[in-house]
Write a protein that binds this ligand. Sequence first.
Ligand code: SF4
Length: 449
Amino acid sequence: MKITNDLIYLVGLWMGDGNKTTSRLMISCHKNVVEKIVEKVNKVEKFEYSYKTDTIIFKKSTKLKTKINSIGIEEIKKYPKHFLAGFLDSDGAVLSPQNNNKDIFNLKKKHNYEKNGIKIQFYNTNKYYLHLLFEILNKLNIPFKLNSVNKCGEKIIIKNKICNVNKIQYDISIRTAAGNYVLATYLKDIIFKEYAKKRIERYIIWYRNLYYNKKLPIVEMFGGINGEGLSSGMPQYFVRVFGCSLNCPICDTKYSLTKKKRKVGIGYEINSKKFKWTTIEDIIKQIKKDGYDNICLTGGEVTLYSRKIGALIAFLKEENRKITTQTNGTKYVVSIFKLSDIVAVDIKTPSTGVKSNNNIIKKLRKQDEVKNLIFNENDIKFAIDINKMVKERNCSHILQPLDINGKDLKDKYKWLVEICLEKYLDKFYNIKILPQLHKFVWGYKKRGI
Ligand code: SF4
């Protein structure tokens, strides 16, 4: 069966419902779309159309459901927006305050998002649709959690009667406020039920108000080419935050460090001439003005400012920017690691004199990359162990020469390539050996490239 845009439009508004012959499907749409839908749907099922409300109602939608189920999953995946609208229409609470699901339909009551938190919940017992929903959330890089709510064989009380649960019910919840924001902005144009739409719009305003004026300590912002890893040579806009949780002796951006290393979670009180407190709104304005699509968030260390960086990423995603985040691998922050398009983790080798949390590699995705700075053979042996973990995640692994003196980069790179090819090639899976391109060209001291 070939999918046309019109049919997908129809499916999207309805899917997730319609098992019973009494089930109804309501579709709101623009008048000019109606005629096309009428033509297609007439062959499948009878419906009523109200010119007053621009709404189509299918009184018996079982046949329609059978037809839709015959569409291949690969084809469905091409149209995630429409299908997601379908899920939300009938299968779950949209943007309901945590622990207070009774309020889902109560628009009069003011939600206290800050106090109660927020989560988007989906309920679905149909694994076919559940699989689609996973695909969609993964595609958007939105962190979520799957819980089984009621298990087979459990007894629950419905309307004062004890009932047996005969199938497992799943509850998918989005794990971060930034993730909720990304999904909310994605959904806002395609949700058709007024109560859901209003709730989404209210959440978007609340989240923006909370984070737009928060400030980050910004060392520098500039456009240039990325000199490291798989993005080498790619024009990117760099946003560098101040402070780091490691303070490596070999750090090449010492101007972004405090004298003492910064503890994760602490750091809003600092003041220095080395950076400027800049609101998230101003950062976004500057990025828009300078016109870059690819953004690199770097430091210092971005995970020191986990929620603010999560919010910045969420806002940048709304602007359709592609985000690469560089981190030193000391802390896993779900919103940063999941919402970024690429996470580049610098796992510290023995020669750097500091340690990362190597277990972070277990959480990386295929598109992410691990970097190791190599100074001697001991570092290569360390990287071989790291490579085993990288292989399991199927992400990229980059070896980069560490030139402590800042004078011998070419020689160091040559040595690293030769020794890897001669002695260690069979020990590595899918490795890349790359120098820092910008240092080759502009040397060590130049900033803002
Ligand atoms: S982790 Fe990176 S930014 Fe932090 S001190 Fe080390 S090299 Fe510098």
